[in-house]
Design a protein around this ligand. Structure first.
Ligand SMILES: Nc1ncnc2c1ncn2[C@@H]1O[C@H](COP(=O)(O)OP(=O)(O)OP(=O)(O)O)[C@@H](O)[C@H]1O
Length: 854
C-alpha cells in the first residue's frame, strides 16, 4: 500500500499495554509502526494538519514551561471517568496525563475532509478508540458530517464599549436592534443590526452571540465561527477573553462545551475535544501552541479547501485544560503598547475547537472557531512608526482584504471572491462557507474622537448583512487508507490524465488567445499605417494657400505650447526602433513587439508619467490642428478603445508611437509644404525673370510652357527631386521671349500658380526632412538652416541673377528674396533651431518683388 503522509495528532487516550515509565518523548521519538499508525483515525473537518511529530512539540512546550517529563498513571476523564483536578498550568495538563498512566497516542488525522450532510444516527453508542481501531481494521470508512444547517446569514452584533471616563458619548442605543451615531456633521446616523449590546456582561455577550453556535456544533448540526472586528482598543480581545486573566467568549464556550458534553455523555455519547491556536502576524502564520518561530503554510486539501499545514492540534480533557492552553497561547501572541491601546494585539488570532463525536459507527466532526482580528487603526492617530507602522500596514491591508471578500460575498451573483489577497482571508476561506454559522461581533466605542472609526466599523458590519455564504462542495468521504493499491494507482492514473487534459486545454487556450491578440495588434497596426499613408496622401492633395497658412500657424502654436518634447524620453532602444520604423515606412510588427516586450517595465513607467503628456497632446491636437488631425486622432483613440488591446502598456506604446509618427508627419508636412511652396515660389520667381527678360535665358518658350503645364498639372509622380530638376531645366540660355509666350506663361502661372497645386511626391524633400530623423533629432540637426535658400538668401538680385546661370552646376541655388525680408517673416520654432519661413510672409514678399520687377 502506498504510504500516505502522516498527519500526527496527540490523543490522550490510555495505552494500557505500554511500559509505565516510558516518557512520551521517548515514545514519540520511536519510529511509528504500521500497527500504531492505524490504531485510531479520525476524518476531521479540521483546518490544521500537524506534520511535525507532536510529541516533539509537546516536549518543547513542556520543557519551555517547566522542563517536566514523566508518565501519567491516570486515564482520560472521558474513558475512565477519573475526576479532573483543577490545573493551573499548561504543563500540568501533560503532567496529569502522564501520571494517568497513558501515553500520548499518535493518531492519524486524514487530510482535511469537509463536513458531510448526514442525519445524526441515534441511539448513540459510546465512543472508544478501540471501536475506531476495529472499524479501521475492518476497513469501514469513518465519516464526518455536518447536518441540518439552519441558516446562511451572518448574525451581526454590535458591542458598545462603555465609557470609562465622563466623556460625552456619540453613540446611542435606540433599541435592541437600532443605534445612532452623532457625526461630525452634527447629524444622527441610524443603523440596524441583529442585536445591539450596550452595558452587556461577558456572559450576556456569550449567550447571545455564541451559545447557539456552540450547541449546534456539539450536536453536529453546523460548524461555527465567532469573529470580533473593530477599531483598536474597542474591546475585541476583551470580548473574546484573550486578555490575560480575562474571561470572555472563549472561556465561556469552553465551559459550555464541557458542560454539554458531560450531559451528553450521560446520554451515552462520547466526545473528543481538540484545540488549535494560531496567529497571523504581518501576513505570516505562526502556531501559538508551538512557539518555535517557524512559519506555517497554507495548503489546499484535495477538495480545494485551504488548511494550515503543521499547526498542532492538542486534545483537551476539560475546560481547565482548554483555558490553560488558551493562556499559554496568549503569551505567545504579539502585543504592543499603542497610543490607542496599551495592550494592543498586533496579530489576528484563530482559535479552533474541534469536537469529534462518536455516534454508533460514525464519528461526527465539527469545529467552532473564534477569530480575534487585530484592530484597524489610523496610523496618523496611533502615531505608529517603524515596526509598529509596518504592523499597522499589514493589519490594515488584511482587514481591507477581508472587506473585499465580504463585499464579494455580498454580491448577488458572486463570481470571484478574492480570498487570495491576504493570509487572513485565505485562512478564513475554509470558515466562511455555507456550512458555518457565523456571528460577527463588531466592537465600537462611544468616544467622539473615534466617530470616524465607529462609522467605518458600522459600515463594515452593514456590508456583512448582505453576505450569502456558499455551501461548500460536499464530497462523499472515503477513507483513502482503505483503498487498496489498485484503487490508488487507478486514481493516480486518472488524475494524471485529467492534469494532462487540463494542461493541453490551457495551452490551446493560451495560444488561441495569443493569436487573437496578435491578430488584433496586427489589425491595429495596419490601421495605423493606413492612416499615416492616407494622411500623407491627403496632405499633399489640393490645398489652398489660405489653408496652408492656417495649418502652419496652428502647427507653430502647437509646437510652441507643447511640453511634449521636453518631457517624453523614450528608452533609447525604443527611440531607435521608432526611428527605424518611421524610416522604413512599413512597420515591422515583430520588431516593434520585441522591442516593447523588452522594455515593458520602462514603458509602464513611461506610460504612467506621460499620461499627462498624452492628454495634453490629444488636447493640443484638438485645439491647434486642423480638422484632419482631429479626425485622425479621434479615429486612433476610438480604434484603440474598440480593439481593447489588453496589454495596455503595449497599446499605449503603440499610441505613443503613432502620436510621435503623427508629429513627425506634421513636421514633415509643414516642412515639405513650406519648402515646396518656397521652392515653387522660387521657380515662379525664375519664371517671372524669364518673362520679364531680366537676363535669364531660355531655349524654347514652348518647352517652358510645356514644362510649366506638366509641373503644375501633374497629378502624380512629381517628386521633390523632379521639381528641382524641372527648376534647373528652366535655367536655359537666354533668348528673347515673344509676347505670345510671355502671355502664355503668365496665363499658365495665373492658372496654376495660385498657391500650391496638386503635387504628390513619392518621397519627401531630402534636404529639409528625412523621414529617418525623428523630431528632436531634426530639431538638433540644424539641417534646415543649411538649406540652399539660406545660402542664397543674402544674394543681391544681381548676384542671384548671375547665380541662376551657375545653377546648372549648383542645382540648389535659386532666386529668392533677400535675407533681411525673409527674417522678418520667419517663424521660429524651438529655440530658433528650426527656421520655417512663413508662406504668408513669403507671399507678401513675392508680391512686392513682383511689383518691383514689373
Ligand atoms: N466592554 C468592556 N468593558 C470594560 N472594559 C473594556 C471593555 N472593552 C474593552 N475594555 C478595556 O479596554 C481596553 C482595550 O480593550 P481590548 O484590548 O480588548 O481592545 P482591542 O479592540 O482588542 O484592541 P486591539 O485591536 O488594539 O488589540 C482593555 O483594557 C479592556 O479591558
Amino acid at each position: 500500500m502506498k504510504q500516505r503522509p502522516l498527519f500526527l495528532n496527540v490523543d490522550l487516550s490510555p495505552q494500557p499495554n505500554k511500559t509505565p515509565n516510558k516518557s512520551p518523548i521517548q515514545r514519540t521519538k520511536t519510529p511509528l509502526k504500521e500497527t500504531q499508525k492505524s490504531q485510531s483515525r479520525f476524518h476531521s473537518p479540521i483546518d490544521t494538519q500537524p506534520t511535525r511529530q507532536t510529541s516533539t512539540i509537546i516536549t518543547e512546550l513542556i520543557s519551555k514551561r517547566s522542563g517536566a517529563t514523566g508518565r501519567s498513571q491516570t486515564q482520560t476523564a472521558v474513558e475512565q471517568e477519573i475526576p479532573v483536578k483543577q490545573t493551573s498550568d499548561f504543563q500540568t495538563i501533560y503532567q496529569r496525563s502522564l501520571k494517568a498512566n497513558y501515553i500520548p497516542k499518535i493518531t492519524h488525522i486524514n487530510a482535511q475532509t469537509p463536513p458531510k450532510q448526514q442525519s445524526v444516527p441515534s441511539p448513540a453508542t459510546p465512543i472508544n478508540h478501540q471501536f475506531i481501531s476495529q472499524n479501521i481494521e475492518k476497513n469501514i470508512p469513518i465519516h464526518t458530517n455536518i447536518v441540518n444547517k439552519q441558516k446562511e446569514k451572518v448574525q451581526i452584533y454590535i458591542r458598545i464599549k462603555p465609557n470609562l471616563t465622563n466623556e460625552k458619548s456619540v453613540v446611542k442605543k435606540l433599541s435592541n436592534q437600532h443605534l445612532a451615531v452623532h457625526t461630525f456633521e452634527d447629524t444622527n446616523r441610524q443603523f440596524e443590526f441583529d442585536t445591539i449590546l450596550d452595558n452587556s456582561s461577558q456572559e450576556e455577550v456569550y449567550n447571545l452571540t455564541s451559545k447557539q453556535i456552540v450547541s449546534d456544533c456539539i450536536a453536529g448540526r453546523a460548524n461555527g465561527v465567532v469573529i470580533v472586528y473593530g477599531q483598536t482598543g474597542s474591546g475585541k480581545t476583551h470580548t473574546m477573553g484573550l486578555l490575560e486573566q480575562s474571561k470572555g467568549v472563549i472561556q465561556l464556550a469552553m465551559s459550555d462545551i464541557f458542560q454539554q458534553i458531560k450531559e451528553q455523555n450521560e446520554n451515552g455519547n462520547n466526545f473528543k475535544i481538540e484545540m488549535s491556536f494560531i496567529q497571523i502576524y504581518m501576513d505570516k502564520i505562526y502556531d501559538l501552541l508551538n512557539n518555535n518561530g517557524q512559519q506555517l503554510q497554507i495548503r489546499e486539501s484535495k477538495d480545494s479547501i485551504p488548511y494550515i499545514q503543521g499547526a498542532v492540534q492538542i486534545s483537551i480533557e476539560d475546560q481547565n485544560d482548554g483555558i490553560q492552553l488558551v493562556s499559554f497561547g496568549i503569551k505567545n501572541r504579539v502585543v504592543a503598547s499603542q497610543v490607542m491601546n496599551v495592550n494592543s494585539s498586533r496579530s489576528h488570532t484563530l482559535l479552533t475547537i474541534y469536537i469529534k463525536k462518536q455516534v454508533q459507527d460514525k464519528v461526527i466532526c465539527s469545529k467552532v472557531a473564534f477569530i480575534d482580528l487585530a484592530g484597524s487603526e489610523r496610523n496618523k492617530k496611533s502615531l505608529s512608526k517603524g515596526l509598529r507602522l509596518d504592523e499597522a500596514t499589514y493589519i490594515n491591508e488584511s482587514l481591507s482584504a477581508l472587506g473585499n471578500v465580504i463585499a464579494a460575498l455580498g454580491q448577488p451573483n458572486q463570481q470571484h471572491v478574492p480570498y487570495r489577497e491576504s493570509k487572513l482571508t485565505r485562512t478564513l476561506q475554509g470558515y466562511l462557507t455555507g456550512e458555518s454559522q457565523i456571528s460577527l461581533i463588531c466592537t465600537i466605542t462611544k468616544l467622539a474622537e473615534s466617530t470616524n472609526e465607529t462609522l467605518q466599523t458600522l459600515m463594515f458590519a452593514q456590508r456583512c448583512k448582505d453576505v450569502v455564504l456558499r455551501p461548500q462542495k460536499i464530497i462523499p468521504i472515503q477513507d483513502e487508507e482503505t483503498l487498496d493499491n489498485g484503487d490508488l494507482l487507478k486514481q493516480i492514473a486518472e488524475l494524471k490524465e485529467t492534469i494532462k487534459d487540463l494542461q493541453e486545454q490551457q495551452q490551446k487556450q493560451q495560444s488561441q488567445q495569443n493569436q487573437q491578440s496578435k491578430q488584433q495588434d496586427k489589425d491595429f497596426l495596419k490601421f495605423l499605417i493606413n492612416i499615416i499613408l492616407k494622411l500623407k496622401q491627403y496632405t499633399f492633395s489640393n490645398l489652398s494657400s489660405c489653408q496652408l497658412q492656417e495649418k502652419q500657424a496652428l502647427a507653430e502654436k502647437f509646437l510652441q505650447d507643447s511640453t511634449y518634447y521636453q518631457t517624453i524620453q523614450f528608452p533609447k532602444e525604443i527611440q531607435v526602433m521608432m526611428m527605424e520604423q518611421i524610416q522604413s515606412q512599413e512597420i515591422d510588427q515583430q520588431k516593434v513587439e520585441q522591442c516593447l516586450e523588452g522594455n515593458k517595465e520602462q514603458i509602464k513607467d513611461l506610460a504612467k508619467s506621460f499620461t499627462q503628456d498624452i492628454h495634453y497632446l490629444v488636447q493640443a491636437f484638438k485645439q491647434y490642428s486642423d480638422m484632419r488631425y482631429n479626425y485622425i486622432i479621434e479615429k486612433i483613440l476610438e480604434q484603440y478603445r474598440q480593439k481593447e488591446i489588453q496589454v495596455w502598456a503595449k497599446g499605449l506604446a503603440y499610441l505613443l508611437i503613432t502620436i510621435k509618427q503623427l508629429l513627425n508627419q506634421l513636421y514633415e508636412i509643414k516642412q515639405f509644404d513650406i519648402a515646396s511652396d518656397i521652392y515653387l515660389e522660387g521657380i515662379k520667381q525664375q519664371l517671372y525673370h524669364l518673362i520679364n527678360d531680366k537676363g535669364t535665358m531660355y531655349k524654347s518658350p514652348q518647352k517652358i510652357c510645356d514644362l510649366i503645364e506638366k509641373f503644375y498639372c501633374s497629378e502624380t509622380d512629381f517628386s521633390f527631386n523632379q521639381m528641382k530638376k524641372f527648376s534647373s531645366s528652366l535655367n536655359i540660355p537666354s533668348q528673347t521671349m515673344s509676347d505670345k509666350y510671355k502671355q502664355k506663361i503668365e496665363k499658365l502661372i495665373g492658372t496654376y500658380g495660385q498657391g500650391i497645386k496638386v503635387v504628390k511626391p513619392t518621397e519627401p524633400p531630402p534636404i529639409y526632412h528625412s523621414p529617418s530623423v525623428n523630431v528632436s533629432t531634426l530639431i538638433q540637426s540644424r539641417k534646415f538652416q543649411q538649406n540652399p535658400f539660406n545660402d542664397i538668401s543674402s544674394l543681391t538680385e544681381q548676384q542671384a541673377a548671375s547665380s541662376v546661370e551657375e545653377s546648372n552646376l549648383r542645382e540648389e541655388v535659386h532666386v529668392i528674396p533677400n535675407n533681411e525680408s525673409l527674417l522678418q517673416g520667419k517663424l521660429r520654432f524651438k529655440e530658433d533651431e528650426l527656421l520655417i519661413y512663413s508662406r504668408n510672409q513669403m507671399a507678401a514678399q513675392m508680391a512686392a518683388r513682383k511689383k518691383q520687377l514689373k
